[in-house]
Structures are given as C-alpha cells and as structure tokens.
Write a protein that binds this ligand. Structure first.
Ligand code: GDP
Length: 294
C-alpha cells in the first residue's frame, strides 16, 4: 500500500551518511519526499508544510535502522501523524434531543441530497423514526429528487412546494416532527454553484431558527484545493459540527480531508463512496491516512 512513498524514502535514507540517526541535515531530503507525496494527494501546500515541519521535529534524534526498511519506519511515523491530525477515532453524528435536528449544508452538486437520503436510511435501519425536509426553494427538481429517494428508502419527506421561505419550511418541519413523534429530522438546504452571500445568509437564518443538534457540511472531495476555501467560508458562517466528504469512489486521493480538518478544526464524520443508499460510510482517519500516502 505504501510502496510508492516507502521506496522513495528508502532511497533518500540510503544516501544518509553517519550514525543512522535522523539529523537536522539529513532529514531534509526525506521531508521533501513526504511533502511532495502530500501535495500530490491534494493536501493544501501550507497544511503539507506545517505537517512536515512537525514530522521533522518528531523524527529528529530517532534511530533509523538502515538495514531494516527505514522507509517503512518513516512512513509509519507519517501515517500515525496524519491519523492523529485527522482526529484519531471515527466520530458519528450526535442524535440526542427529541427530535434530533440535523442540518445539511454545502454547495450545489456536492452531494447534500444524496447524503441526506443515505443518513436517513442509516438512521431508519437503527430503528428510529426519521423524516427529511426539503428546504431547497429554488430548484423544484430538488424536492422531487428527495421525494424519489424518500420512496426508495421508505422515509417520509416534509415539503412545502409553494412556500418560498426556507426558514419557515424548516421550522414547520421541526414542528411536524414533534407533533408526529419523530426522533430525527434531517433538513436538506439549498446550495449554489459557488459561495454566494444570499445563500450563506439563508442557511445561517435557517440554523438560527431551528437550532440544530448537529450541522453537517457536505463537500465534494474531487474539488481539491477549493474544498478547503469552501469549508472555511461555511464554517465561519455556520460553525458546523462536522464534515461529510463525498465522491470518494472517484480517484481523489483524499487530501481534502486532511486540509479541511487542519484549516477548520472540525471532524470529518462521514465519507460517501457512491450514489446508492447503502454506501454511507463512517470516516476512519487511519484508512484515509493510507489513502493519502498512496
Ligand atoms: P446536492 O446538489 O448537493 O444536493 O447534490 P446531489 O446529492 O444532487 O448530488 C450531485 C450529483 O452527485 C448527483 O448526480 C449524485 O448522484 C452524485 N453523487 C452524490 N454523492 C456521490 C458519491 O459519493 N459518489 C458519486 N460517484 N456520486 C455522488
């Protein structure tokens, strides 16, 4: 799994002179390889630099056994560091409260509606009463998409197709959930193709009105460096609780996970690896570290 970087590190280390200890001087070429591996996996350059600086600190003074795969040892140091930086343990969504309210936010096309369906399906399988609410008032197709998903997974969809006030719909959905003894209501909001002040204001208003138990920000892992900027803007406005990284079935290396975690300091909670309702996956930092290292 680590062959690529490991081989490169082995080569870099073999050229080390002296005691076989990592020193300030000889660590430079290995650190450069590590940094390149991270940026190749789409990790933001500044984040890659910060991380390799930390790794350098930790590696200096350690004995590396030239004879037995020193690259492997360094890769393990890097792997453990990445895992730690991405949160160590997998974290899931907080569903306390009656009903628990989960707000889903993100750009259009990031996979919000698909994720809303998957999360609802997953919660339903746990034996809880869940409804989803369609608060995208701009695209009639968004309501239809959620309704199709709802039918597929057997989950009720709360919608008000003629209401153009997202805050009201969200509030009414929560009221409806209370009256009908639902345990969880998931609110799917409207997105735009790019950051847009009106959209940010709307989703901020929705959040204030319903005081969700959990706000999740959904982001497409294929958008590379842009994912970090989008995450930062949404976090500044919404102070979200966790991130959902989508489209990891594609060939993105997952560097966005590390960059976002570092820049906004919020856990990545789920990853999405396909369009099927069964594909919801908890985010495991150690697996993502392996993916990033390639
Ligand atoms: P929204 O605009 O944020 O609600 O995004 P959608 O949920 O409508 O998703 C946009 C497109 O991406 C749709 O064609 C989805 O089927 C697709 N999609 C969503 N999540 C994934 C994923 O994890 N993997 C893949 N391959 N496609 C996805």
């Amino acid at each position: 799994m680590f062959d690529n970087l490991q081989d490169k590190l082995n080569k870099a280390i073999r050229t080390l002179k002296g005691s076989g200890k990592i020193t300030d001087v000889n660590v430079a070429s290995t650190v450069k390889e590590i940094r390149r591996a991270l940026t190749d996996a789409d990790v933001n350059f500044k984040v890659a630099k910060d991380i390799t600086d930390q790794i350098r600190e930790e590696a200096i003074g350690q004995k590396i056994m030239i004879a037995v795969e020193p690259g492997q040892m360094l890769v393990k140091i890097v792997h453990d560091k990445l895992t730690e930086l991405m949160g160590g343990q997998a974290e899931s969504v907080n569903l306390k409260g009656s009903p628990a309210i989960v707000l889903i936010a993100g750009l259009q096309g990031s996979g919000k509606t698909t994720f809303t369906g998957k999360l609802a399906h997953n919660i339903k399988k746990q034996g809880r009463q869940v409804i989803v609410a369609a608060c995208d008032i701009y695209r009639p197709a968004a309501i239809a998409q959620l309704q199709t998903l709802g039918e597929q997974i057997g989950v009720e969809v709360y919608a008000e197709p003629d209401n153009k006030n997202a805050v009201e719909i969200a509030r009414n959905a929560v009221e409806y959930a209370k009256k009908n003894s639902k345990n969880v209501v998931i609110i799917d909001t409207a997105g735009r193709l790019a950051i847009d002040e009106a959209m940010m204001q709307e989703v901020e208003n929705v959040k204030k009105a319903i005081e969700p138990t959990e706000t999740l920000f959904v982001v497409d892992s294929m958008t590379g460096q842009d994912a970090v900027n989008t995450a930062k803007t949404f976090n500044d406005r919404l102070n979200f609780d966790g991130v959902v990284l989508t489209k990891l079935d594609g060939d993105s290396r997952g560097g966005a996970a590390l960059s976002i975690r570092q820049v906004v300091s919020k856990p990545i909670k789920y990853m999405s690896t396909g369009e099927k309702m069964e594909d919801l996956d908890i985010f495991y930092p150690d697996r993502m570290a392996s993916r990033i290292l390639g």
